[in-house]
Design a protein. Sequence first.
Length: 180
Amino acid sequence: MKAHHIEEVLFSADQIEARVRALVHDMAEGCRSENLVLIGVLRGSFIFLADLVRELYRQDVHPRIDFMTLESYGSGTESSGTVRVAKDVGMEVAGTDVLVVDDILDTGRTLSFARQHLLALGARTVRTCALLDKPARRSVPFQADYVGFTIEDRFVVGYGLDYDGRYREVPHIACVTFAG
Ligand code: 5GP
Ligand code: MG
C-alpha cells in the first residue's frame, strides 16, 4: 500500500442518500418486470445495492437479489485488461430482466464483461447501474443505463469502495491523495 491520506469529501452521506432516492425514482418505472433480478458486483457494490433495494421497496419494486464476484487481474489502484468470474451468480438468470449494480464505472471492462456474461447465461435483458462514473478513463466504449454521480479521474473510497481492502465502511465518498 502506497503512503496516502483520505481527506477531501467528494459526496457526503446526505448527498448520497438524496441521489440514491432520485436515481431509484428514475429507474422504478423501467423496473416493473415481474422477473427482475438485481445482481451486485462484489465487493464494492454492497452498500450501494443495500440502499438501492430498500429505496426500490419504498417505490414498490420487489426484485430478487444475487451477487457475483468479478476480478480484474492486478491490484492497487489500476485494473488490468482481463476480467474473470471469481464467483458466479447462484440463481438461474435465463429469461430474467437483470439490473447489474456496480460501484464505479472506470475503464468499462467490468460492466461490459458482466453484461456479455449475463446475456450468455440467457438473461432476457441486461441493464447496468453504477454509483460513480469516470468517463475520462474509459478504454472500452460503455455507457451505464443509470449513473449516480459522474466524477473526474480521481481515486475514491468509502460507501463500499476500498483501497487495498480498507475504507469500505466510511459513510461518505472521499478522494485518496497519494504522497510523493
Ligand atoms: P473497470 O473495469 O470499469 O475499469 O473497473 C471498475 C472497477 O475498478 C470498480 O468496480 C472498482 O472495483 C475499481 N475502481 C475503479 N476506479 C476506482 C476508484 O476510484 N476507487 C476504487 N476504490 N475502486 C475503483
Ligand atoms: Mg468492482
